[in-house]
Write a protein that binds this ligand. Structure first.
Ligand code: FMN
Length: 381
């Protein structure tokens, strides 16, 4: 006889300082549609407004915390006070619909190009060294320029930039911030030993490599207080040429340390994802998933990576996670929580519009009721 389990996905949950109506969260997704000067565009405000709903959390796309952290032309900046009004518009639009929103702060580190740097200089990273990942400039995708190693003084300055960016998010009315320590950007570059070759207090041992992330976390909490700062990690992610010799030890330690902070949640990208896509190849690295980190982290765990209704329900039932972030399907289903709740058909996402400069494939997806009245529920768009 089938076991009668009560659905958890649509039960309310307290996440840090937030009260969520259910456990479906919009994952952070860069769509590269900010204005020329890195400020928030009108279409971005519309985009988040369309996806906001009562009691649901949105994590806004990665926003650049420091001027030397730009990785992709088109990503919103939060490295200057002049960006606050645009962010306020987004926070206001989401709150008007009863939703909640976190900003995501990132620094590209070695994922950058001289043309994206304020002084045309080299990108900065924990260590100099070979890296062939891509940045996105005015001209489109280019191989990253060689990075130079940050000095200790510069590391402290970057931490201060994160603090100031968190403060701007707070002033703009955001409910909290998520620190992007996943997918091979600066925080992740410090963590993993394939990119961190330092031999000072920020390199070498796991404790030293975790130091930067913990200090940035502390700085963000100094702004927002308890329950409003989250950290996102991709323990088995290989995107941006990442890798570590012992991810289970590294991320286990990090999870233990983060457990001592009053975080809103720890956000874990499951091993089956490569950046913005499914990972299809098998890997020699032992996968480190939420199931493993749960042993080290007792607070709220959010997971992301290829989830649909049933798999989300399953991981909640297993107890390995408390909330589930959905990425790609949120691009094409502005009413995703409602569609999942009612088990309605989902509109397939379209990868060719993930990044772009127009509202096409961005703000022109319909909610279920509109598709019904147009007789289009079985069409992709
Ligand atoms: C278009 C696109 C942009 C993304 N940008 C970000 C980002 O800015 N920050 C981040 O942490 N993850 C980013 N991701 C990763 C997603 O948050 C998520 O981890 C990934 O899509 C897997 O979830 P899914 O299977 O539900 O799509 C992006 C993914 C997509 C598809």
């Amino acid at each position: 006889m089938p076991v009668d389990v009560t659905s958890k996905l649509f039960t309310p949950v307290k996440v840090g300082a937030l009260n969520l109506a259910h456990r479906v969260v919009m994952a952070p997704m860069s769509r590269m549609r900010s204005n020329e000067d890195d400020s928030v565009s009108d279409m971005m405000v519309d985009h988040y407004a369309q996806r906001a709903s009562k009691g649901a959390l949105i994590i806004m796309e990665g926003s650049v915390a420091a001027a030397n952290g730009r990785a992709y032309k088109g990503a919103p900046g939060l490295y200057d006070d002049r960006f606050i009004p645009g962010f306020s518009r987004i926070a206001h639009a989401v709150h008007t619909k009863g939703g909640l929103i976190f900003a995501q702060l990132y620094h590209g580190g070695r994922v950058s190009h001289t043309s994206l740097q304020p002084d045309g200089g080299s990108p900065v990273a924990p260590s100099a060294g070979p890296f062939f990942g891509h940045a996105a400039t005015e001209e489109g995708e280019v191989v990253a320029s060689p990075a130079r190693e940050l000095t200790i003084e510069e590391i402290r300055a970057v931490i201060e930039e994160f603090r100031k960016a968190a403060l701007r998010a707070k002033v703009a009315g955001f409910d909290g911030v998520e620190l992007h320590s996943a997918n091979g950007y600066l925080l992740d570059q410090f963590l993993e030993d394939s990119s961190n070759k330092r031999n000072d207090i920020y390199g070498g041992s796991i404790e030293n490599r975790a130091r930067f992330v913990l200090e940035v976390t502390n700085a963000a909490i100094s702004v927002f207080g308890p329950g409003r700062v989250a950290v996102r990690i991709s323990p088995s992610g290989e995107f941006n040429e990442m890798g570590d010799s012992n991810p289970e030890a590294l991320f286990g330690y990090l999870a233990q340390q983060l457990d001592k902070f009053p975080l809103a949640f720890l956000h874990i990208i499951e091993p089956r994802i490569y950046g913005n896509d499914d990972k299809v190849t098998a890997t020699a690295i032992p996968p480190v998933a939420a199931a493993i980190l749960r042993k080290h982290y007792k607070g709220t765990i959010m997971v992301a990576g290829g989830f649909l209704r049933d798999s989300a329900e399953a991981i909640l039932q297993s107890g390995d996670a408390d909330v589930v972030a959905f990425g790609r399907y949120y691009t094409s289903n502005p009413d995703l929580p409602e569609r999942l709740r009612r088990n309605l058909p989902l509109t397939k996402y379209q990868r060719q519009y993930f990044y772009g400069k127009t509202p096409l494939g961005y703000n022109d997806y319909s909610v279920h009721e509109e598709l019904v009245s147009a007789g289009e529920t079985n069409k992709t768009r």
